[in-house]
Ligand binder design. Structure first.
Ligand code: ADP
Length: 218
């Protein structure tokens, strides 16, 4: 699903956010990315999500060599194959929950009525079928994150990338969110989760440890 070969990301000032990362994530894997703050976790997730291009090295996602695709082709790859979940939820304020989720299909070329139908089905799947017309501000943090996950997976992506998805949640809501991610993994989605939480990391098949932009053994 993901192949990074000698991937480097350098920023002005000589910071190497990634300094030669080589790894493979197979279809159906569930992976935790762990490491101290500033070790390159978010930068690596951005590479995997084709949100950013490496300074050097090769990134392949779902069989596509990212370096050979135009920005337009990368957008299409993201829209069809990759879902993203962030610590801060990033829901549209003032927009009902169902439309927040339906908008996850805007770039997949799905007609409006069908977008709404699929959004409803996905919200039912995450246990929020009774909140379709609520606005984000009317929901708890855990419910917001379940909406964000519904939006990320409404297009049935092969790959789900999550950056600290439980970082803003109390432990009960965090556990519910992780149960949902495990459920998606069980149905075949490849998941990669950045986390500081040992328990979350231990619950996934594999851990990748980063330090100073490199993969290290624990
Ligand atoms: P983590 O997610 O593990 O906290 P990041 O991937 O966010 O780490 O950052 C890795 C390193 O790259 C840090 O030293 C950070 O300051 C630096 N960095 C990240 N993004 C930028 C940027 N846009 N410009 C300059 N430096 C950056």
């Amino acid at each position: 699903m993901i192949e990074l070969t000698d991937v480097t990301k350098a920023y002005a000032g000589g910071v190497h956010a990634l300094a030669g990362v080589t790894l493979t994530i197979a279809p159906g894997d569930s992976v935790a990315v762990v490491g101290p703050s500033g070790s390159g976790k978010s930068t690596m997730l951005h590479m995997m999500g084709t949100l950013d291009r490496p300074t050097a090295g090769r990134v392949a996602v779902d069989g596509h060599d990212v370096g050979r695709l135009t920005d337009r082709q990368l957008s299409a790859l993201r829209a069809r194959r990759i879902g993203f979940v962030f610590q801060q939820f990033h829901l549209a304020a003032g927009v009902p929950v169902r439309d927040n989720v339906a908008d996850g299909l805007l770039y997949a070329g799905v007609a409006r009525a069908e977008r709404r139908r699929r959004a409803t089905a996905t919200l039912e799947r995450v246990g929020l079928g009774h909140r379709l017309r609520h606005e984000p501000r009317e929901l708890s943090g855990g419910e917001k994150q379940r909406v964000a996950i519904a939006r990320a997976v409404v297009g049935e992506p092969a790959l789900l990338l999550a950056d600290e998805p439980t970082g803003n949640l109390d432990s009960a809501s965090g556990a519910a969110v992780m149960a949902l991610l495990h459920d998606l993994h069980a149905s075949g989605t490849t998941i990669v989760v950045i986390t500081h939480d040992q328990q979350v990391a231990a619950g996934l098949d594999r851990q990748i440890h980063l330090r100073d932009g490199r993969v290290v053994s624990p």
